[in-house]
Structure formats: structure tokens, C-alpha cells
Design a binder for this molecule. Structure first.
Ligand code: SF4
Length: 215
């Protein structure tokens, strides 16, 4: 748990809960200890609730992150409990379980959906076959739900080209995405990529909100 952050749910002060488990194995994953479904290092839910009780009126929201939080079958119960305590709910997801996400949508106030790459590059990044299709279905479900969200893309020219990044942005915009963030990927042995103001303006064209997060 991160007890306080102002950057994981736009415009809200939030605590972040990092949930175990993810079926993908991206080379740049910054939380590899969270990939197994279980670990000995977790907080008991009672400890989380005790913390949240003390933060009522001080925090706006709780964000569920990971790993892949929709891997956990009890996420719906946790979201319900967090709302009962008076907090808004946020979710960071890779979108690999569109059906689960669809059932969770009524319980969510904001979503950060990872869009890792153009479709043809997806499997190389996630190292899992057929990974782009479920994410497209998740994005469709979010778009139809009306839940506030942003798409976020972790990028380095070694992952896919700048031209492909532009094409991805045009595709997202055409599908109805209004908020897009490109996050500089820090790869071992490589400096994080920089984009000048003109390039950022071209990438962000048409979006209501575009951010380049240099890290
Ligand atoms: S989807 Fe996220 S948590 Fe899972 S391996 Fe990729 S970067 Fe790590």
C-alpha cells in the first residue's frame, strides 16, 4: 500500500493498493514481485480497513493497482467496501480480462487503462499470444460505460517506433479516447526517451488531455 499519492488518480488524493498477480510478463515490468498470484508480504484486509477508517475525510479515493488487480476474484467485494467507507474508487488495469472488467465498471469512478502498443506489437511486449484483442474489448466496454478514464502507453523507441506511437495515438483518438498519457520507459542501460515540445504537441493533437510523463 502507498498511503498517499496525488498522481495515481487525476485530481484526487488517494491511497494505492497493489494487488498480486498478472498473467503477462512485460520486459519492463517495474513490479515483478507482484506477478505471482500469492505472496507472504501482503497486508491483511483488516489492516487496510483500519487504515482507511483513520483516513476518512482526509483521502478522496482508493486506487487498486498491481500486478493486474482484476486477477483477484475478491476485487468486487473490496471495491464495494471502499465505497461504503466513503471513498471513490480507481483502477489501474492492463485490460486483459474484459468480461471481469465489464462487471466491475459500475463500481468504478476512474480507470487508467494500459494500451501497451499498436496491435501488431502487443504480443512481443506482453510475451503472451493474442494479448491485443482482450484489451480492445476492454477499451470498448469502458467507452460504452461512461466511466472517466485515461489510456496510458509506456514507450521507448526500442519497444516500437515513434511513427507507430503516432499511429497508436490517432487510432485511440478515432475510437473516442479523450485522455492519453505517454510514459517514458526506463530500460536498463538506456536513458529514458525525451520528446521535445513540438513532438508532444503533435502526439497530443485532438485529445482533451495529453501528457508526456518523462519519469
Ligand atoms: S501487465 Fe503490468 S504488471 Fe503485468 S507484467 Fe506487464 S507491466 Fe508487469
Amino acid at each position: 500500500m502507498t498511503p498517499l499519492t496525488s498522481i495515481d488518480f487525476p485530481g484526487r488524493l488517494a491511497a494505492v493498493l497493489f494487488l498480486q498477480g498478472c498473467p503477462w510478463r512485460c520486459g519492463y515490468c517495474h513490479n515483478p514481485e507482484l506477478l505471482p498470484a500469492r505472496a507472504d508480504t501482503g497486508l491483511a484486509w483488516e489492516q487496510v480497513e483500519a487504515f482507511l477508517q483513520r483516513r476518512r475525510g482526509l483521502l478522496d479515493a482508493v486506487v487498486f493497482s498491481g500486478g493486474e488487480p482484476t486477477s483477484q476474484a475478491t476485487l468486487a467485494d473490496a471495491l464495494a467496501r471502499v465505497r461504503e467507507l466513503g471513498f471513490q474508487t480507481g483502477l489501474h488495469t492492463g485490460g486483459m480480462y474484459p468480461q471481469r472488467l465489464h462487471t466491475l465498471l459500475p463500481q468504478l469512478d476512474w480507470i487508467g487503462l494500459d494500451i501497451k502498443a499498436p496491435d501488431e506489437d502487443y504480443d512481443r511486449i506482453t510475451t503472451r499470444r493474442g494479448s491485443a484483442g482482450p484489451v480492445r474489448r476492454s477499451l470498448d466496454a469502458i467507452l460504452h460505460s461512461g466511466v472517466d478514464f485515461e489510456c496510458r502507453t509506456t514507450w521507448h523507441p526500442g519497444l516500437f517506433s515513434l511513427e507507430s506511437l503516432h499511429r497508436l495515438g490517432r487510432d485511440l483518438h478515432a475510437r473516442g479516447v479523450r485522455h492519453w498519457a505517454v510514459q517514458a520507459c526506463r530500460e536498463a542501460g538506456h536513458p529514458p526517451p525525451r520528446l521535445d515540445a513540438g513532438e508532444q504537441a503533435r502526439l497530443g493533437q485532438g485529445f482533451e488531455r495529453f501528457e508526456f510523463r518523462a519519469g
